[in-house]
Design a protein around this ligand. Structure first.
Ligand code: ATP
Ligand code: CA
Ligand code: CA
Length: 419
């Protein structure tokens, strides 16, 4: 997506969030899910909109009051949302799916903006009341956290955008990433994907890398599976399919080894890198004042970001989503909070970052497109009822049996023996 588009989108979001400030907080009404606000952004600016460098465009904000309510429920203050979205340029993610959607990450790592198809946008709009019902009953969920739905219109071109939570922190190294569906049919990362620096692997790759799965403490395992069961029930009720569990793995022991390796290289004088991720260091004498100033500034920005991060992320981490209470595996400064502690078969300590993604494919909608003709012959209802439940069951089975395992408890009688 072109730069101007993102500039205009930021401008549109800024206007939308700013405008909400004048609308008092109140209970949600059914009509709040249906409202669409459209604002014109003429090139030369207007009473309500700033002048900008590009041609006139329209910006639509869907269900502004409803999304404000959701953001509030997720503990996201309007100022924080505005800062994240608008104060710095967005970064394009390099791991898009096959659908052609483009993903942007906010500079502070909190939010993702995904471009979606017309049908998906429409579906999200229809989903909102049900989504609300679910959140109200069950704020602990691994379902995507939707923070806004927008449409940018220029010269009869429409770009629909969804703002949601970022599941994978980019501030720490994720040693492996998986997009899992519970299917084995063609579920292997392509050659092109595998050659990337940080590939997103699929089900068959997972089974090859982790033949025995990932081990969780019993309480954590139970909380995770229970959360996924509830989530899948909701997805099934909306006839949603094709969703995935996105899993990022940070291996604490591997990270430790990498650090030691880097230090060794530094000590033996072959490199002037002062830590694993650090930049080559200039000696103090060679440093100009502006470089010094820049470093101070960077440090300051990083500090502010990490304070913000703690405040925001506390409401959308994997650990918080499943409401488990196992002890953090390790208190490390540079590891963002909220990863789920786990171990691999070798006993190495892991932190898992995960969530369910890509839930805007409804079988009902697909059926309209692909099965309209077929449904004249077949009993369409039977199909539409069974496919999503089959999908959910297969998904859950795979997660509960193949991907995640309980660490055998030492208290079990069969381990303790008879004494
Ligand atoms: P397709 O429909 O072909 O599967 P898509 O364009 O709908 O693709 P998604 O499946 O939503 O794309 O996501 C593609 C990839 O983008 C994921 O595998 C993941 O790497 C990344 N991604 C998507 N959503 C998130 C998120 N909320 N946080 C972090 N990464 C994400
Ligand atoms: Ca997908
Ligand atoms: Ca998709």
């Amino acid at each position: 997506m072109a730069q101007f588009l993102m500039d205009n989108v930021r401008c549109g979001i800024q206007h939308a969030i700013g405008g909400l400030a004048s609308k008092p907080e109140r209970d949600l009404l059914m009509q709040d899910f249906m409202t669409v606000e459209t604002t014109n952004f003429p090139h030369e600016g207007s009473n309500h909109t700033p002048a900008h460098h590009y041609s006139e465009f329209k910006f639509k904000t869907y269900a502004p009051i409803a999304f404000r309510y959701f953001r509030d429920l997720f503990g996201i203050q309007p100022d924080d949302f505005l800062m994240s979205m608008c104060s710095a340029p967005l970064r394009e993610l390099s791991n898009p799916g096959a659908s052609g959607s483009i993903f942007y990450l906010t500079n502070d790592d909190e939010f993702i903006i995904k471009t979606v198809q017309h049908k998906e946008g429409e579906f999200l709009q229809k989903l909102l009341p049900g989504y609300y019902l679910n959140l109200d009953q069950n704020p602990r969920t691994l379902l995507p956290k939707f923070f806004g739905l927008y449409c940018y219109q220029c010269n009869s071109k429409n770009v629909r955008l969804v703002a949601m939570n970022n599941i994978l922190p980019s501030s720490i190294k994720l040693h492996q990433k998986y997009d899992l569906k519970g299917s084995t049919y063609k579920r292997k990362a392509s050659k092109g994907e595998r050659q990337k620096t940080s590939p997103t692997y699929k089900d068959l790759d997972f089974m090859e890398h982790h033949t025995e799965g990932l081990f969780l403490e019993a309480d954590t395992y139970n909380a995770l599976i229970k959360t996924m069961q509830r989530d899948c029930r909701v997805l099934e009720s909306f006839k949603i399919m094709d969703y995935s569990l996105l899993v990022g793995i940070h291996n604490l022991d591997e990270a430790q080894r990498e650090k030691t390796e880097a230090r060794k290289r530094t000590d033996s004088g072959h490199s002037d890198v002062d830590d694993a991720e650090g930049e080559p260091k200039k000696s103090g004498l060679n440093r100009t004042r502006s470089e010094q100033g820049r470093e101070d500034f960077t440090a300051q920005v990083k500090r502010t970001q990490s304070i913000n991060r703690q405040r925001l992320v506390a409401h959308s981490t994997a650990m918080e989503s499943i409401q488990a209470e196992s002890e953090p595996i390790d208190e490390e400064d540079d590891v963002p909070p909220g990863g789920i502690p786990a171990r691999n078969a070798r006993g190495e300590r892991l932190l898992l970052f995960l969530g369910i993604i890509d839930i805007l494919q409804s079988y009902r909608l697909r059926k309209k497109l692909e099965h309209t003709w077929k449904s004249m012959i077949h009993d369409g209802d039977t199909v539409s009822v069974h496919r999503p439940s089959f999908y959910a069951q297969r998904f859950l089975d795979f997660m509960a049996k193949t991907v995640f395992k309980k660490i055998p408890s030492l208290d079990l009688p069969e381990i303790k023996g008879n004494h």
